[in-house]
Each structure stands twice: as C-alpha cells, then as structure tokens.
Design a protein around this ligand. Sequence first.
Ligand code: DAH
Length: 369
Amino acid sequence: MSGPNTSFDPKQVASLDATAVAAAVDSALAGIAAAGDLAALKEARLAHAGDRSPLALANREIGALPPAAKAEAGKRVGEARGRVAAALKERQEALELERDERVLVEESVDVTLPTDRRPLGARHPLTTVMERISDVFVAMGYEIVEGPEVEAEWINFDALNVPPDHPARTMQDTFWVQSNDSGVVLRTHTSPIQLRAMLERDLPIYVAAPGRVFRADDLDATHSPVFHQVEGLAVDRGITMGDLKGTLDHFAEAMFGDGIGTRMRPAYFPFTEPSAEVDLQCFVCRGSSVGDPDRPCRTCGSEGWIEWGGCGMVNPRVLRAAGIDPDEYRGFAFGMGVERTLMFRSGVTDMRDMVEGDARFTLAFGLEA
Ligand code: DAH
C-alpha cells in the first residue's frame, strides 16, 4: 500500500494555481456582469458555478492533494467560489427587480378604457308591468298621475270617508311617520291620489295612478310591507257602473288576453258606494275547470275566477270632501294590486322574489319594453 504522495507540489496542478483561480474568477465576474437578463444569467451560472465550471473542477482536485497542501488550495478555491456566488446573487436580485419594474409598466391595465362587455341588466318587471298598465289607460285618454308616498292622514283616510274610529282603519295596518298622532302616514293605498286629483284638477277627470304603498305586514310568500297598486278614477257627468264594468273588462283583456273578462261581487269600501270586489276570469282554464273534477285548475282553484282588486262608484261624501257637487258629477274608481297582476301574468309564485332585488330574477324578464 502506498502512502500519501508527499512530494506532490500543489502548484503543479494547473487548475489550482492562484493565477488560474483568479482568471476563473475574473471571467466569472465579467460573464455575470454581462448577463443582460435572467435567461443570460442562468447560462452564466451554469458556465461559472455549474458542475463543469473551472472552479468546480478545481474544487474536485483538492481531494487528491496531500493534507499539507489541502488547506491553502481549499481556502483559495473556496473564496473564489464564494465571490462568484455572491456576484450571482447580487446580479440575480438586480435583474429580478428590473423585470418586476418592467412588467409593472408593460402589463399595466388601463381600467378606464371603455369595454363592450358590460352586462346590460334588465328593468324590474314591476316597473315594466306598471308601464304596460299605464299604456292601456293612456290609450283610453286617461292621464297618469302620482302622489306622495308620505301622505297626510286626512287624505289617506278621513277625506276618503274613513274616520278615526272607523273599523276600515284596522283593515290597513298603518306605518306612522314619527308617532301615531303625528297626522302623517306612509300611504296604505293609492286611493289618496283620487282625492289629490279631484282637489288639483279641473273636471272632468280621467286619471290612473300606479304607485308604491305600505302596510305593517311581515314579508312572506304572499305579503310584503311594501307593494304596489294602480288606482283608476273617472269623474264626469252621467258616469255609470256600466262605464266602470266596460273599463275593467278592457283593462283585463289588454293585460291578460282576448276574451278575458271581469265580474263584480258586492263588497264594502268606505270611499265607494256601491262597492264591489273585482274578479278576473281565469286566463288558464277560462272557467272550464268549474265542476269538472277530472280537470282541476291550480290557478283559480277550479273557481273560474281570481280576485284582482276593488272598485265602485265614488262615494258622494268623497266628492263633497273634494269640493265636487255630487248632484252634478259622478265618478267611478278602482284599485288593483300590481304584484298580483304580475303574479298572474308571469307565473311568479313568491312575493319575496319581487322585493329581494336578485338580478337573476329580474334578468329572466329581459328588456321587455
Ligand atoms: N284602496 C283599496 C285597498 O287598498 C282598493 C280599492 C277599492 C280602491 C275600491 C278603489 C276602490 O278605488 O274603489 O284595499
């Protein structure tokens, strides 16, 4: 077995020579500095610090040196590799920073640029149906009028022949503005608009008034504290209940299709005399389900008719409250639920869908004008 080669002179291993090591470092530092981007730096790393780089090869030679020579050569090569590694790290960081800054500029997005991808949205079907109703009445020569949602108690109730102790007041659970002796309410129906029209307009009067109304109800499938009605009012000489019936039939046909009529059932409203409940002929079975247990109708419960609203001849007391002589003029009035109308027309079964404002509900109705 031979011992260590003590006569071996490390200076004779060319790659470990101080000049060679210094040259390898110089060439590495120059190569690293010249790398203009991260891809070039990757190549420089391979060439100057990779497994086959001059300094890695030199490092491998150290193992074969005699112990006395190992320390000096090891220190020299170690320092050289350390300098190269530090230069690589520094250049890497600089180039990454440069790239990040460039990407920020090159890939910036101008959020103010116009785009054609904006969703169009849709109008709420209640708005659309109220406009459709308005069109029907405008075509008959009516004017569309509005009134305030915050209304005087006197106009919402008293002038409509609903005095404070009248049981009809409890028919409509009222939201009071401030306290319930403030004299100010959120209107519980659109009927106060009748009175405003009579106070503000010249005779004869033909007006329709769609609008939002409020009652202290909980929200469920069939109730909402906020809903809509459409009020109709005609005041003229010689108005009869026949005019009212013809108007309602035309309204029903225009909304639900040819041949769909209405019927009146005797009822009580303080502001009309006589008063009637208005039923709509069932537009699904058109009455054919009545008395036919084999063909039940879910829309009307096989009744042939569905409740739509109230109507009547304007009570002379209301005419008088508005300063109109009931011996000279007469009027008819009616009030329908708009949500009910939409439910019938479009098969909406849950009131909550109409108030929650979920675009998925509204969008299904599209942009129907
Ligand atoms: N205002 C009534 C309600 O909200 C509906 C109504 C009934 C209106 C008869 C009228 C009418 O104009 O004549 O229940």
